[in-house]
Design a protein around this ligand. Structure first.
Ligand code: ADE
Ligand code: ZN
Length: 330
């Protein structure tokens, strides 16, 4: 199973670049930028990665992102992630970044997008990994801050494919950002949103109807609403599911309880992603392996998950074709 997991061409569609910041790089950047971390070494930091819910994780995650200061820091972060992708047979990535996490502490938007986009361009040239970048709005911040971020992004429009919505879900429904997403759509951005991770199925409805999303990030609570399930199936709406994230943040109490394969078997377009791999215990292949270890996953199911990842990407039909052909041959 492990050999097939690695050999299958895979796309990763739900990955927070800030969530790929490994403790080792965090300490290196802290030293480079003269920043004092609240932890004295890597082992102590890793021991703090125990979360009872999304908010407990986010509190530590935003703290960690503060070491990212220069264009080179954002390059190094993104490049390190791409190297992991190369090792695991990930052929296409659609990572997201949170500009407000950085601009709110005085780092310029141009610094962030400069480093990230330079690494993604090198990823294509040197590693043959294609990409599409997603800019996420932090939903715990006011609508006005998202509008400002959208404006800051306009000069870099060619580098950004879609806008997204992340951070603390409960109490911050998609409807709070309907007007910002309308504006983003007018500017030609595609849209995605985290919904139904900790929040109710109602938030998935709102993301579909008010934000006109092309994909739902997480969406695992859709199973609580049969009418919604029927819609997701008939519309082939992709759900970017993140198994290790869901168990680390107690969305499911154990991997054996995860509903991804049940949804797959019902015809929902689910696929596997790593979300914040530096915090949740593994990159894409580790997520597939965790499923294979705790759920009875067949080769057919595994291939369907990889196929869904390519099909649900923002690649063109022609760009998807060679990856899909290789999957069918394996
Ligand atoms: N930001 C980073 N990871 C996230 C997640 N899993 N949910 C919401 N916001 C996030
Ligand atoms: Zn996420």
């Amino acid at each position: 199973m492990q050999a097939l997991i690695l050999a299958l061409p895979k796309a990763e569609l739900h990955l927070h670049l800030e969530g790929s910041l490994e403790p080792e790089l965090m300490f290196e950047l802290a030293q480079r930028n003269n920043i004092k971390l609240a932890y004295s070494n890597v082992a102590q930091l890793r021991r703090a990665y125990q979360f009872n819910n999304l908010q407990e994780f986010l509190d530590i995650y935003y703290q960690g992102a503060a070491v990212l200061q220069t264009e080179q820091d954002f390059y190094d972060l993104t490049w390190a992630y791409l190297l992991r992708c190369k090792e695991e047979g990930v052929v296409h990535v659609e990572p997201c970044f949170d500009p407000q996490t950085h601009t709110d502490r005085g780092v310029a938007f141009s610094t962030v997008i400069g480093g990230v986009s330079r690494a993604l361009a090198d990823g294509l040239q040197k590693l043959a990994i294609s990409s599409a970048l997603i800019m996420s709005f932090l939903r715990h911040l006011p609508e006005q801050s998202a509008f400002l971020t959208l404006e800051q992004a306009l000069p870099y429009k060619e580098l950004i494919t879609a806008v997204g919505l992340d951070s603390s879900e409960l109490g911050h429904p998609p409807e709070k950002f309907q007007r910002v997403f309308e504006k983003a759509l007018e500017h030609g951005f595609l849209t995605v949103a985290h919904a139904g991770e900790e929040g109710p199925a109602e938030y998935i409805w709102q993301a579909l109807e008010l934000l006109q999303v092309s994909r739902i990030d997480h969406g695992v609570r859709a199973v609580e609403d049969e009418k919604l399930m029927q819609l997701l199936i008939s519309e082939k709406m992709p759900l970017t599911v993140c198994p290790l994230s869901n168990t680390k943040l107690q969305v499911f109490s154990h991997m054996s309880e995860h509903n991804i394969l049940a949804m797959l078997d019902r015809g929902v377009k689910v696929m596997v992603n790593s979300d914040d791999p530096a915090y949740f215990g593994g990159y894409l292949a580790a997520n597939y392996l965790a499923l294979a270890e705790h759920l009875p996953m067949s080769k057919v199911q595994l291939k369907q998950l990889a196929q869904n990842s390519i099909e649900a990407s923002f690649l063109s039909t022609a760009q998807k074709q060679p990856h899909l052909a290789k999957i069918s041959q394996l």
